[in-house]
Design a protein around this ligand. Structure first.
Ligand code: ADP
Ligand code: AMP
Length: 218
């Protein structure tokens, strides 16, 4: 049983690495951003509430976000652990997650802090394309699809996220610095923070993560 958090700015590679981890562990990857986008496309009430904040590059209020993630991790596939991607993003969310996991007799085992400079974050967000069907993540320059606009894995159409425009990117990076980066201290004090050099190839980042996570699996 292992619960792992992927921490890092927008574009740091959380989704890319989270997918790889989900395969090898194997555990479900729970991405709060993906959950919001699913609500958006299904036009749920929660999706309508979240859209206002997402469009601005701001955080969706804690009570909405925590409730949504709490529902998701109470599902049976999350019983043996979770790879959290993009959650928690505030200290209040981190405290709520501690309580939720404690109620299940669990705790956060590791927080992988994927470190990437602001310039590289912007470069990555600008070139990100995502599959509209399976969610596979591509980059125009660094990891392009074989046939332009078509997902290698499932044949779905690729799209660029609406919040990947320059103004919203900068806002999301600022929001990360102000509201999410304090979680580094929060988890450092708990002794679970592991710094990962995110400015390597995806394969090298994955190898560093594997080395950090392997000892937890005994
Ligand atoms: P996050 O989930 O942290 O926002 P993503 O995993 O979506 O970040 O990655 C953002 C963009 O950067 C994507 O286009 C992805 O293909 C690319 N990317 C991810 N990791 C790397 C890496 N190590 N080197 C180069 N590009 C990467
Ligand atoms: P992401 O897919 O992680 O880049 O998230 C996209 C957007 O969804 C963010 O800019 C926020 O508006 C919202 N969001 C995702 N996760 C959270 C969270 N844990 N807390 C608040 N808002 C979130």
């Amino acid at each position: 049983m292992v619960d792992i958090i992927l921490l890092g700015g927008p574009g740091a590679g959380k989704g890319t690495q989270g997918e790889l981890m989900a395969e090898w562990l194997p555990l479900p990857r729970v991405s709060s951003g993906d959950l919001f986008r699913a609500n958006l496309s299904q036009e749920t009430e929660l999706g309508k509430q979240a859209k206002v904040y997402m469009d601005r590059g701001e955080l969706v209020p804690d009570e909405i976000t925590i409730g949504m993630v709490a529902d998701r991790i109470s599902e049976p596939d999350c019983a043996n652990g979770v790879v959290f991607d993009g959650f928690p993003r505030t200290v209040a969310q981190a405290e709520a997650l501690d309580d939720l996991l404690a109620d299940m007799g669990r705790q956060v085992n590791a927080v992988l802090n994927i470190e990437v400079s602001e310039d590289v974050l912007l470069e990555r967000l600008a070139g990100r394309w995502t599959c509209s069907q399976c969610g596979e993540i591509y980059h125009r320059l660094f990891s392009p699809e074989k046939v332009e606009g078509v997902c290698d894995k499932c044949g779905g159409a690729l799209y660029q996220r609406e919040d990947d425009n320059r103004e919203t990117q900068l806002r999301r990076i600022r929001v990360y610095q102000e509201q999410t980066s304090p979680l580094q201290d929060y988890y450092q004090e708990k002794g679970v923070l592991v710094d990962i050099d995110g400015e390597q190839s995806p394969e090298a980042v994955a190898a560093e993560i594997r080395e950090a996570v392997q000892p937890l699996l005994v």
